[in-house]
Design a protein. Structure first.
Length: 376
């Protein structure tokens, strides 16, 4: 590491610590306790979530490795994974598992990506959106509200998300109901919607993927995604799944399911697809574990992802085809038995929702992967 790289690394570490200090009193540790975590390269959130009484801290991917070093694994390909539009194009080889992106909001205009042909129908997660037959409506750049008026019927929903970033941030939901638009659940007229959309710069307009019944029963007010981590093992020349977790929304996290927003995280058994109990920590004094959903009462522990083996094997097939991107956190929605749609990929995936269940580095194959890429 040269002087410039050392300076940049030290600056990133200082920024992490500063951001933690500004994040509020959620993790109420004494200065001595925080210092102990820092010496082991953990932020206090990790000290709160991880079971250091059961596992040696060295078995966990620490926060320096996660935030500073893991971002180098995919090299320049990482930017293409984290750019949701670029990654959408990369997945063009797998159309049955690629969710639809209708276009981009930019400079107050809607840039249509997939206009189709006259009268064509585009799948929208179980909702069919009839393409307008008016030739003027198929122009590549249109007024966003005009496009919505022409394309959406009552009951149709869309997801609006910024082209980059994760963690459930910068995600909005748009629905048409009884001729009125609901933006994040709040009714708005055309003029108000136009002003709102004009402020959404570089936002993708995406299909709302309808989830399978098992996920809907867990919690119906969010789309409950599975985060599947894949790594490409150069020695075996194949991708593998070190861990996968089912994310489940709550009233804390809604309208998203993210663990960091208050959702639950249940580990998916890599062989059977059975779920563990769900972990929850948001605004709590400790991590709590739920065999059933605390609000819906739906069974979590023991529930099986339908067609998990087929889902896992197909995702590994895709990861093998993209072996030049060896480290991807996939967000998928199970749409039926053995069927799924990829919502997005993450090049520098968060690990808190995973390691709350078990430390990643306890598995030798996983540790070898991180070692191969100079993370540990």
């Amino acid at each position: 590491m040269n002087v410039r790289e050392a300076y940049q690394t030290a600056n990133r570490v200082r920024n992490l610590v500063r951001d933690e200090r500004e994040s509020g009193p959620m993790f109420d540790f004494s200065p001595r306790e925080r210092l102990r975590f820092y010496r082991r390269r953990f932020l206090s959130k990790s000290g709160f979530l991880y079971d250091f009484d059961t596992y040696d801290p060295s078995l966990y991917l620490d926060d320096y490795q996660r935030y500073i070093r893991s971002g180098r694994i995919n090299d320049h390909w990482g930017a293409l994974i984290d750019n949701k539009l670029a990654f959408h194009e990369i997945l063009g080889e797998f159309p049955s598992h690629r969710s639809t992106v209708h276009g981009l909001l930019r400079d107050g205009q809607f840039h249509v990506f997939e206009p189709g042909t006259e009268g064509a129908v585009a799948s929208d997660g179980g909702v069919e959106l009839e393409r307008p037959t008016d030739p003027d409506a198929s122009r590549p750049t249109v007024d966003p509200v005009d496009w919505l008026d022409d394309s959406l019927s009552d009951g149709d929903r869309l997801v609006l998300k910024w082209f980059s970033g994760g963690g459930g941030n910068n995600v909005h939901f748009l629905e048409r109901e009884d001729g009125t638009y609901l933006y994040d659940g709040t009714p708005t007229n055309d003029a108000g919607l136009a002003r709102t959309l004009a402020d959404l710069e570089d936002y993708l307009v995406c299909e709302f993927v309808e989830q399978d019944e098992y996920a809907d029963e867990l919690y119906p007010d969010t789309v409950n995604t599975i985060r599947v981590l894949t790594m490409y093992d150069e020695r075996a020349q194949e991708a593998f799944v070190p861990i996968a977790v089912q994310r489940i929304g709550t009233s804390d996290s809604a309208p998203v399911d993210n663990f960091s927003k208050g959702g639950l995280s249940a580990e998916v058994d890599r062989e059977t697809g059975a779920l563990s109990a769900g972990a929850h920590y948001y605004h709590r004094d400790s991590v709590t574990w739920h065999e059933t959903h605390p609000e819906t009462g739906a069974r979590i522990e023991g529930t099986t992802v339908p067609g998990w083996e087929e889902i896992r094997d197909k995702l590994l097939e895709i990861a093998n085809a993209l072996s030049h991107m060896p480290y991807v956190g996939w967000d998928i929605v199970v749409t039926g038995e053995g069927e799924f749609k990829i919502i997005e990929g993450n090049s520098q995936t968060g690990v808190a929702a995973m390691q709350v269940h078990r430390p990643l580095l306890a598995d030798e194959r996983t540790r070898r992967f991180y070692r191969r890429h100079d993370v540990v």
